[in-house]
Design a protein around this ligand. Structure first.
Ligand code: UDX
Length: 430
């Protein structure tokens, strides 16, 4: 099939590349010429395992092309994916200006043959109607197109596998013909198919991400109780998660959730609820627990060090989670800002995100090896659980520290093992 993908961020690029890999002709659209020239050369402007290999192969084999004109791409395509950003505005509501601009840009290209326009970006309930309304306002007849909601559930770091082997494919459509087009397009992929009305599909995305964020906040709240009463959160989470009605995933207590999706989508659902006149107090608590979790951790470090003035800390990992270079809403940012504001110095190591941190926080001293982190610092703080930290030589890691103190924000280590190496240990709920 001939496909247009408008927006070459995470969601757009991964979706389009996977569809091209399945043998479809994919035209990517972006308004950023720098991004387009990077992509044309087969390079991905961010780190995602496996993505660049498939992109460069598909570019070479002629399955992928690029343009800055949404209208040109739409004219040549049967299915048009909108995958532009919907960042939170000041009040937490998603900023839909990019989606509206795309709908206006597409409209003149529609009318010559039936087209399905797919909303892939995470959008509030009712956005399919919004896009439809904009296209109709240009005088395009209803029969020429349908707008379908088809939310994406991929995770950074495993985006290709998540797209190739999804748990479910959700299609929200009013016209069964449009729904069937998408079901046909996705026929090579595994996973349950769920065809709904557009509003339900839009809500499924927000409700799923908010539920996962709630699960993490819940276990983090329990971890606080563990710290107070002397229980161990790892045992508690294992016991709770082994109930098949609950499930063990997303019960890893830590510094809380960050990244490009959860914060945006939880705020998005809160703002949608507010607009609909429902006071979603539960979800507000989910956000409050998340904010408190990192604040509590930072204050533990501050108390132990007797303040940050004149102190130095070494950050183990800075990406919002392992296997990505993404630092959007990373917990490391909150640690860096706080320590620097209180007169402390931060040294940091991350196998993928160091460059992004350096650009955003020029005062952070980046080191190329985790073993350089300990040199002259007063505490090591593990923020991101990269695999390479799991079996590290703790003695070598800490030998040049001013004092051997380790704050483990992701419970990577066993207290007994760390203490055995002569290091003072602080975990989460343990
Ligand atoms: C998430 C959803 O999983 C995905 O379905 C959606 O499409 C986009 O948002 P992603 O943001 O890539 O994906 O990361 P994810 O692996 O879900 O982690 C999100 C955050 O939760 C990270 O900050 C991670 O550190 C944190 N987390 C996750 C925990 O603190 N504990 C856990 O048990 C799991």
């Amino acid at each position: 099939m001939k496909i247009a993908v408008i927006g070459t961020g995470y969601v757009g690029l991964v979706t389009g590349v996977v569809l091209a890999d399945l043998g479809n002709d994919v035209i990517f659209v972006d308004i950023d010429p720098k991004k387009l020239s990077t992509l044309r050369s087969g390079k991905v402007p961010f780190f995602e395992p496996g993505l660049e290999e498939i992109l460069s192969r598909c570019v070479e084999d002629g399955f992928i092309s690029f343009t800055d004109s949404a209208a040109d791409a739409a004219k040549a395509s049967e299915i048009i994916f909108i995958a532009v950003g919907t960042p939170p505005a000041e009040d937490g509501s998603p900023d839909l200006s990019a989606i509206k601009a795309v709908a206006h840009a597409l409209a003149p290209a529609i009318g010559d043959g039936y087209k399905v326009i797919v909303n892939k970006s995470t959008v509030p309930v009712g956005s399919s109607d919004l896009v439809s309304g904009i296209i109709a306002s240009h005088g395009v007849p209803d029969s020429a197109y349908d707008v379908v909601s088809n939310p994406e559930f991929l995770r950074e770091g495993s985006a290709i596998r998540d797209t190739m082997e999804p748990d479910r494919i959700v299609v929200g459509a009013t016209n069964p013909v449009a729904a069937q087009k998408l079901i046909d397009l996705y026929s090579p992929l595994s996973g349950q198919r769920l065809v709904t009305d557009p509003k339900s599909a839009e809500l499924i995305k927000y409700a799923s991400n908010s539920f996962l964020a709630a699960k993490i906040s819940y276990i983090n709240a329990i971890s606080r109780l563990c710290e107070i009463c002397g229980a161990d959160i790892r045992d508690v989470a294992a016991g709770v998660g082994s109930d098949s009605r609950i499930g063990g995933q997303f019960l890893q207590a830590g510094l809380g959730w960050g990244g490009s999706c959860f914060p945006k989508d939880v705020l998005g659902l809160l703002s949608t609820s507010k607009q609909l006149g429902y006071d979603f107090g539960f979800l507000k608590a989910v956000v409050d627990i998340n904010d408190d979790q990192i604040a509590h951790f930072i204050s533990k470090i501050e108390t132990r060090l007797g303040g940050f003035e004149g102190k130095a800390i070494g950050l183990m990992g800075m990406a919002f989670k392992p296997n990505t270079d993404d630092i959007r809403d990373a917990r490391s940012e909150l640690v860096i800002k706080h320590v620097e504001a209180k007169g402390g110095k931060v040294r940091g190591y991350d196998p993928a995100a160091a460059e992004n941190i350096q650009a955003a926080y020029p005062n952070v001293e980046i080191v190329d090896s985790v073993y350089e982190l300990g040199d002259g610092v007063d505490a090591l703080v593990l923020v991101t659980e990269w695999n390479e930290f799991r079996q590290i030589d703790l003695k070598r890691l800490t030998e040049k520290m001013n004092q051997k103190v380790l704050f483990d924000g992701r419970n990577v280590y066993q207290r007994a093992v760390v203490e055995e190496a002569g290091i003072e240990y602080f975990g989460i709920g343990t």
